[in-house]
Design a protein around this ligand. Structure first.
Ligand code: GTP
Ligand code: MG
Length: 181
């Protein structure tokens, strides 16, 4: 069972003894997972592409508490490890570059997580919305059947937005609520 923070309680400052929560970012190579984690961590996004070699980590604080961000490398050689890297995730963020081909491929990832990690809430990021030929997030959502958010991860002004997505989804995962996007 994933360990979780009652995020709603973090906001009110009621919760004093909490554990950390694992959020995994998964997707095919170069879709923007590491860039998103940089954005979440308040760091400048890299414009050059350095593939993640296996696994990388980030973390952000919510009050006194830590959200652990697992950056799972998308290259072929790491795919057999995806399943074990995902274990214990409270939230899985499937990242796509919003091209039709990648969105279709990403559907397999969503299905794999849903099959093997039943306790994990799954969302998607329709990244690279600045690129020609991208699919709109709503269309991506219609394919993936999980809540899907549009994003341009290389734009630093999206830092607050990506924080809000994470917070909102951790709340949803905790309460099973149904707040509007
Ligand atoms: N135009 C554009 N480029 C982006 C965006 N997000 C990321 N990139 C670029 O895409 C490239 C790959 O980004 P990464 O974050 O390294 O991709 P990744 O998913 O971590 O890739 P792996 O580690 O190989 O799995 C980098 O050159 C980023 O600058 C975006 O929203 N728009
Ligand atoms: Mg990476």
């Amino acid at each position: 069972m994933p360990r979780y923070i009652p995020v709603s309680q973090i906001y009110t400052g009621v919760c004093v003894s909490v554990v950390s929560v694992k959020v995994s970012f998964v997707g095919f190579p170069s879709v923007g997972k590491s860039t998103l984690i940089k954005l979440l961590s308040g760091k400048k996004p890299n414009l050059d592409y350095k593939p993640t070699m296996g696994l990388d980590f980030g973390s952000i604080k919510l009050g006194e508490h830590e959200i652990k961000l697992w950056d799972i490398g998308g290259q072929d050689q790491f795919r057999p490890l995806w399943d074990s890297f995902m274990q214990g995730s409270y939230l899985a963020v499937v990242v796509t570059d919003s091209t039709p081909q990648n969105v279709l491929q990403s559907k397999q990832i969503v299905e794999m997580i849903a099959r093997k990690n039943r306790d994990t809430r799954i969302i998607a990021i329709a990244n690279k919305q600045d690129m020609d030929g991208h699919m709109q997030a709503k269309r991506v959502e219609d394919v993936l059947h999980v809540p899907t958010y549009p994003m341009v991860a290389i734009e630093e002004e999206n830092t607050e937005r990506v924080h809000m997505i994470l917070l909102r989804e951790l709340l949803e995962a905790t309460t099973g609520g149904s707040a509007e996007k």
